[in-house]
Ligand binder design. Structure first.
Ligand code: SF4
Length: 217
């Protein structure tokens, strides 16, 4: 692919968005939740773990712990046991409890709606905050960058490298703000269904005409 100007790349990004939107009209967050609090907890649990398996754990967890106060006051050992199969469970239990204690102390148990407030909660980084803001509140303040977004962003020649913050900064310059939340979902869905880490199915790819396949053998 010849060297692209920023303008050309942004135009190509728009075409990629159109292609993915058409391919995945129902793309959405694949974590199950029925409230901002449940999404926050599910997202903390999803670190290094698949959404499908988080959903299995949270189906039981959310019956037992219904409010931020329930998590804040839980016996740590019991909470650890309830999320044990999600990996790194000790850290995750500690983070969930720290986060919920701050929710109770500072926000009356409600999940706040700004990036600044969310990242002040224990164990909540920019990625988790973006997931909650974009999906629970429909507020586009950034782009969620996970392993799929990193891999596809690079292969598509939209971003370079693996630093999540830099990737997010590059993507917000290319993707119109109204699409920031959905753009992550579209890339994640495409990454799971077509653009596999080891064996991308480029021959059948719906956006192959727009992809320079950077780093793909
Ligand atoms: S053409 Fe291949 S590398 Fe590019 S997005 Fe499609 S599957 Fe991924």
């Amino acid at each position: 692919m010849p060297r692209e100007t920023h303008h050309d790349k942004a135009e190509r990004a728009k075409k990629i968005i159109a292609g993915l939107r058409k391919t995945y009209p129902d793309a959405h967050c694949e974590l199950n939740y029925s409230s901002p609090l449940e999404l926050l907890i599910a997202t903390i649990l999803s670190a290094q773990f698949t959404d499908k398996r988080v959903n299995i754990v949270t189906a039981e967890l959310f019956k037992k712990y219904r409010t931020a106060a329930d998590f804040a006051d839980a016996e740590l050992a019991e909470l650890e046991e309830a999320i044990k199969s999600t990996g790194f469970y000790r850290n995750k239990a500690k983070n969930i409890q720290a986060c919920c204690r701050k929710l109770v102390e500072l926000h009356g148990g409600e999940v706040p709606r700004t990036m600044e407030e969310l990242i002040q909660l224990g164990g909540v980084g920019r990625k988790t905050a973006n997931v909650v803001l974009g999906n629970a509140f429909n507020i586009n303040v950034g782009v969620v960058v996970d392993t799929h977004v990193t891999r596809l962003g690079n292969r598509l020649g939209l971003v370079k490298g693996t630093n999540a913050e830099k990737i997010e900064q590059e993507l917000v310059k290319l993707v119109p703000q109204e699409h920031w939340t959905m753009f992550s979902h579209w890339l994640i869905w495409h990454g799971r269904r077509r653009c596999d880490a080891r064996k991308p199915d480029c021959a059948a790819c719906e956006i192959k005409a727009l992809c320079p396949r950077i780093g793909v053998q």
